[in-house]
Design a binder for this molecule. Sequence first.
Ligand code: AMP
Ligand code: MG
Length: 342
Amino acid sequence: MPETKVIYADDEEMKDAVREAAALLRAGETVGLPTETVYGLAADAFNPDAVAKVFSAKERPSFDPLIVHIASRGDLKRVAVVPDDILETVNKLTSAFWPGPLTLILPKHADVPDLVTSGLPTVAVRQSAHPIFRAVNKELGNPIAAPSANRFGSISPTSASAVVKELGGKIPLVVDGGACSEGVESTIISIEPREGKKPVFRLHRAGPITKEQLQDFGKVEKVKSISESAPQAPGQLASHYAPRTPLILLEDISSFQPEEGKKYGLIAYRGEDDSDYVNLHDWEQVESLSPGSGKLAEAAIRLFFVMRLMDEAGLDYIIAEPVSETGLGVAIMDRLRRAAAK
Ligand code: AMP
Ligand code: MG
């Protein structure tokens, strides 16, 4: 394939970009599109040949199912069959969080190709809140299968330039919609009804919709083990979102024993001068996840950007400072742990 084309889609040019992207999708091609979480590699979910191109561009194993994106809540019935015993819960959740970064695992509709769901009887579905993604989804008229637009296992892209670095030459088009507003992938849950009680939500992947937000609607429980989730949620593979440079999540600061002559960089949370982590070592480079507000939302937005920056800095090791594991911090720590796993 020749070079990947990048079109910038600001307000005025958005219509042209949307039309071009939808035309390519209709022709069975893949397109890199911005979502509010990370950039996705989109294909017409009802076209198995197009979906196959997503797997091959990403070098993604066929056992790793894709998330299906719908243009409107009314389209849910085109991709999923919602059982009566969770219908009310699904309605409440979609009213509260769609369009937005909550993915629901539901029994799949027969029209969804098996390739999309890796042969599973369930489909992962959400409605994106990103104006460009939504417009392309609407213009195409079909649901869009879109995993993150990176090579399998590597750092998720939160900018169009990151998509080009990951998949340049392998896909025809990336629509540049600027930086992603959430920065980490969607929260993924499945729903188990309980007689006379609020349902249980199994958390398959932590994300921007937090446990605290979900608790109003049901009891949130983690998927018990990797083996339980492995066939269903390879986003849960121990090693994922990983830079090429070894990353160490330094949860116990006293355990840091730098090797002589090696270059170490620090991913700090806030990175003020009086931080124990910043002062621990003569770092080659320090990047803060939240240099502005010291808030987790900013850290989530910057996480993959900073990981990528550090990976390109010629370091021997990347050391990451932990963040507090509440709210969005759960998703951030999940990504850091997987980036650190071998
Ligand atoms: P990505 O967008 O690259 O993060 O990939 C989508 C992720 O959604 C997969 O890696 C799985 O973790 C998850 N997923 C998709 N479909 C299902 C499903 N039917 N059941 C469980 N998890 C799913
Ligand atoms: Mg991914």
